[in-house]
Design a protein around this ligand. Structure first.
Ligand code: 4AD
Ligand code: MG
Length: 462
């Protein structure tokens, strides 16, 4: 009986095995007169499995065609390794070449630039770096579900196509089937969307929050975890046009409960990756970001700092630093401000809360000072904003006034307003940017390198 093993399982074997089969891609091959040493990786774990092929085995003639990038099936014995570096290796009894890779295979040598690797996004998962990132991405997704499921939250699916602009920033991708070369017009010469597929203007969602609120106001605590889309023309290392967001929403929860939950969540995810992806973290710490492990340990153990927006602005002004965007009460905090606060001032993650109402969306709860809303952002060293959330306005009249202030008509939002008419409750939630969290736990500096096929302004290849 032959046992098919993934490399991950082979390396964790408890005892030798007489006949195993391993499948994967050749990372390197070294030949001596009588033996070849082939390092096989199947993506199941960071490490390779060494296969020793005696030049005398039956189909060894194929050996010369096997080179870096080729796919192979090996059968043989799993034995304790005599060399250092690995516990187990396979002594091949047979070797089958499934797919050859000639010397134009681009991943022959190490040390390619990130830009080049992005141009071969279909092959880069076969590198140590991207294999590690995508394994951590998978584990992090699992940890997200564990965290919420352990706490009685329900996973809900909010729509991807929507007619509402949650963040009110107008940064939405339109969804339409109208003929762009011959748009139907109404009597005023405006595009007649009543003839469009959904009989109204529709977009890809920027956030599942508004729909999430309706489910929280029925089921208690819920979370979404799905793709979101932003047509913002931001050319930075932390903005993508398509990214994944986790949005919990909790009924009967105020801003302080919301901030506590966000902090517990971020710490949980950090701890989970430290505990469950040790090989990947060790690799990132060695080759991507030398301070990674220290920073993650610190985040796991120490409480976050908490300051109001007003206090944050005071700290920025008192810093005496000359920022590119000058600081004054009322400004939107920029990345340089957030980084000063988390990297220099507090040297840890910081939750900033109670922002001026003018710079935040219509749904946030107005504070008693009539100046600020119950908003919060979590910012972390190296990245800046990783979480944005708030307590939601649950008072009908105040919500209607907020909408007016934001020039938002009630049309299309009646369902959202209804939540405040029928059994309204205080409720809060937040959004965690999944790719930003991945950047934080891996130390990878560019969002384009933590999602398999990044979409950014001017770029939607693959
Ligand atoms: O702060 P944002 O815009 O908040 C919302 O969308 C709320 N509706 C969330 C809620 O309360 N349910 O976005 C939340 C997070 C940000 O903190 C950031 O981590 C991430 O989403 N994010 C992006 N990540 C990558 N690329 C972009 N263009 C992003 N925009 C926001
Ligand atoms: Mg935000």
């Amino acid at each position: 009986m032959i046992t098919i093993l993934r490399v991950a399982d082979a390396l964790l074997a408890q005892s030798p095995m007489e006949t195993v089969q391993v499948r994967g891609w050749v990372r390197t091959k070294r030949d001596s007169k009588t033996f070849s040493f082939i390092e096989i990786n199947d993506g199941s774990c960071f490490k390779n499995l060494q296969v020793i092929v005696d030049a005398a085995i039956p189909d060894s003639s194929k050996l010369s065609e096997i080179s870096t990038g080729a796919s192979v099936v090996v059968e043989g014995a799993l034995v304790a390794s005599k060399g250092g570096g690995q516990a187990w290796e396979v002594v091949a009894a047979s070797l089958t070449l499934l797919g050859a890779a000639d010397n134009s295979f681009p991943l022959q040598k190490k040390g390619h630039s990130p830009e080049f690797l992005r141009s071969i996004a279909h092959l880069r998962p076969r590198t140590n770096l991207f294999g590690s990132v995508f394994r951590v991405r998978s584990r992090l997704s699992y940890a997200v579900h564990n965290f919420f499921q352990e706490r009685g939250f329900f996973y809900v699916h909010t729509p991807i196509i929507t007619s509402s602009d949650c963040e009110g920033a107008g940064e939405m991708f339109r969804v339409t089937t109208l003929n762009q070369d011959n748009l139907p017009k109404d009597e005023n010469g405006a595009v007649d969307y009543s003839q469009d597929f959904f009989a109204k203007p529709t977009y890809l969602t920027v956030s599942g929050q508004l729909e999430g609120e309706t489910l929280a106001c029925a089921m208690g605590s819920i979370y979404t975890f799905g793709p979101t889309f932003r047509a913002e023309n931001s050319h930075t290392k932390r903005h993508a046009s398509e990214f994944w967001m986790i949005e919990p929403e909790m009924a009967f929860c105020d801003l302080f409960g919301d901030m506590d939950m966000a902090e517990t969540f971020v710490k949980y995810l950090v701890a989970d990756i430290l505990d469950n992806c040790p090989d990947e973290i060790e690799f990132f710490n060695k080759f991507i970001d030398k301070g990674l492990v220290e920073r993650l340990q610190f985040v796991r153990e120490k409480p976050f700092q908490r300051v109001s927006y007003t206090e944050a602005v005071d700290l920025l002004i008192k810093s005496g630093k000359s920022f590119e965007f000058p600081v004054a009460y009322g400004i939107n905090l920029q990345s340089e401000h957030e980084r000063y606060l988390s990297e220099e001032c507090f040297k840890c993650p910081v939750t900033i809360y109670n922002y001026p109402k003018e710079i935040k969306p219509f749904y946030m709860r107005l504070n008693d000072d009539d100046k600020t809303v119950a908003a919060m952002d979590v910012i972390v060293p190296g990245i800046g904003e990783i979480v944005g959330g708030s307590q939601r306005e649950e008072r009908l009249q105040v919500l209607l006034d907020n909408m007016k202030r934001h020039d938002l008509g009630e049309e299309g939002y009646q369902w959202y307003i209804d939540l405040r008419k029928f059994g309204s409750v205080p409720h809060s939630g937040f959004g965690l940017g999944f790719e930003r969290m991945l950047m934080f736990v891996t130390g990878v500096a560019n969002i384009r390198d933590v999602i398999p096929f990044p979409r950014t302004p001017g770029s939607a290849d693959f």
